[in-house]
Design a protein around this ligand. Structure first.
Ligand code: FES
Length: 311
């Protein structure tokens, strides 16, 4: 993380919907911030929580002096969203990293699908598609109009492109129907687990990209065949043995390796570590088997006897 990113301050705050606060963050000296692309998120440590949470950037990538995030107040959880909602203008916010696991790939046509607060990464994607003149449509489902952040702005700006599905008014999103009407379009979907599962299960030529902030409870991992393996942390100069049922992160941390995690469930990307040698067995919800250069060490294992990691 560039040092300019380490601590930002809240420079603007507004309610974007019931339970959703939009925060604009900037450097103390109002200097330029590292660039980002649609789909990126910030790893933020909500004050006083000791945990790291992910918030998609939903502002304008061309505005290099501000990052905008939207935070849903959640009744459950470890207090991260409540701490973020308490932030007022001038409050410091610790940023751990800026990452993008949900980049907008070039396509001839886009279908954006959002559920609730999942709208956030899609807002700048829509801006980019609209600016580039690429056809797109947004299907946005939520509990009710009052709880759907950015819904009225988006529908007002792009009346033909936006369809809203407020559940309270009886509107239901038919994902299969949407996809069937747009064969060949690239679909970008962010929302609750059930919506992502439905998107993943879509048949046909639709290419589906998902952003997951909740662990995929349906992903089947066969843990019975797990074998022990060795991990060498090249920077720390430490080698450990990871037994079945143990995590690389926990064993490495206990041995003094320079590793760091947050969700410990393979969804946040905080523990992503570069693989120098060996083949990772991805068990997380972020990377897939085509990714061999890095791995999430909180849940993933080795598909070989020994891994060398850049940590
Ligand atoms: S700590 Fe969140 S993905 Fe590993």
């Amino acid at each position: 993380v560039a040092s300019a990113l380490a601590e930002l301050v809240v420079v603007e705050r507004r309610l974007a919907a019931q339970d959703v606060v939009v925060l604009d963050l900037a450097a103390r000296d109002a200097g330029e911030l590292p660039a980002w692309e649609p789909g990126a998120h910030l790893d933020i440590e909500p004050p006083g929580t000791g945990v790291v949470r992910q918030y998609s950037l939903c502002g304008d990538p061309a505005d290099r002096r501000r990052y905008r995030i939207a935070v849903l107040s959640e009744a459950t959880g470890r207090g991260g969203s409540a701490a973020m909602h308490r932030l007022r203008i001038g409050a410091p916010v610790a940023i751990r990293a800026i990452r993008n696991h949900f980049a907008l790939e070039p396509a001839d046509r886009y279908v954006f699908v959002a559920g609730g607060i999942g709208i956030t990464p899609l807002v700048p994607m829509i801006g980019a598609a609209a600016a580039a003149g690429i056809p797109w449509e947004l299907h946005y489902a939520g509990r009710g109009a009052a709880s759907m952040a950015f819904a009225s702005e988006l529908a007002g700006e792009h009346p033909e492109g936006v369809t809203l599905y407020p559940k309270a008014e009886g509107a239901a999103l038919d994902l299969a129907g949407v996809s069937a009407r747009q064969p060949g379009a690239a679909m970008y979907c962010c929302g609750p687990a059930r919506m992502l599962q439905a998107a993943e299960a879509l048949a046909g030529p639709t290419e589906v990209h998902l952003e997951r902030f909740v662990a995929d409870a349906t992903a089947e991992v066969d843990r019975d065949g797990d074998e022990p393996f060795d991990v060498h942390f090249a920077q720390s100069g430490i080698t450990v043995r990871v037994a079945p049922g143990e995590s690389i992160l926990a064993v490495g941390e206990a041995a003094g390796a320079d590793v760091f995690g947050s969700c410990l469930e393979g969804i946040c990307g905080t523990c992503e570590t570069r693989v120098i040698e060996g083949i990772p067995d991805h068990r997380d919800s972020v990377l897939n088997s085509a990714d061999t250069g890095t791995m999430m060490i909180c849940v993933s294992r080795a598909a070989c006897r020994r891994l060398t990691l850049d940590a």
